[in-house]
Write a protein that binds this ligand. Sequence first.
Ligand SMILES: Nc1ncnc2c1ncn2[C@@H]1O[C@H](COP(=O)(O)OP(=O)(O)OP(=O)(O)O)[C@@H](O)[C@H]1O
Length: 221
Amino acid sequence: MSGKIATAPKFERIKIDKVTCVQGEVTMLPPTSMTVKAGENIAILGPNGAGKTTFLRVLTGNLAPTSGSVMMDGQPIDERDQATRRVIAPLIGPVAGYRDLTVADHLILIDQTWGGDRDGAGERIAAILNRLDILRFGNRFLSELSSGQRQLVELAMVLLRPSALLVLDEPEQRLDEDRRALLGEVLRERVASGGSVVWVCHDRELAKSTATRTVSFPKGA
Ligand SMILES: Nc1ncnc2c1ncn2[C@@H]1O[C@H](COP(=O)(O)OP(=O)(O)OP(=O)(O)O)[C@@H](O)[C@H]1O
């Protein structure tokens, strides 16, 4: 990914049609359908093992379903395809980092990779860190953060890059009550400013107070 991004990423709808994921004897995801429309903030709830993370991986084109299809505005989803990567910003699982780069260094890397102008990088990065109340950690290494602080830094990483759809797996994990409320505000702001969000959440109250729609996955294997 290089060069300037000419237009803001956008999509109208993603249609997930009867997808399943089966690995040997294990059904990782039973037949599941969902349509994600631009402007939605969908929180997925459900017990451990229900297939929520697997669903997010299929939705982002990281994992090919065993059957069924995922189409974005009529085109198949594939995380290796620029058309998919420009629209969808995923935060699924831990982010690998560089031992000797600071938080700000990581964010500069992400900003520049996604075509940000050099002069505006400092301001964009400070704005995100400030919004998540972690500006003071800009000069720390990732290894010098608490688990909750690191979670907020990983959120900053995914919020910073241009996208039309955030796909987040349990972004509330390791956050205290106040930071969970802050996360809810930030996700609502994202939708108010034209973005969309699909996220898995184990905090029912946060999901219901934040999302425009909640979807419950039934008990898994
Ligand atoms: N690589 C894999 N190979 C085989 N089975 C897997 C693999 N990854 C996950 N599973 C199984 O698939 C099912 C769904 O897992 P998944 O991680 O999607 O659940 P989840 O709903 O996200 O759960 P949790 O709430 O615990 O995060 C589980 O039974 C799990 O054990």
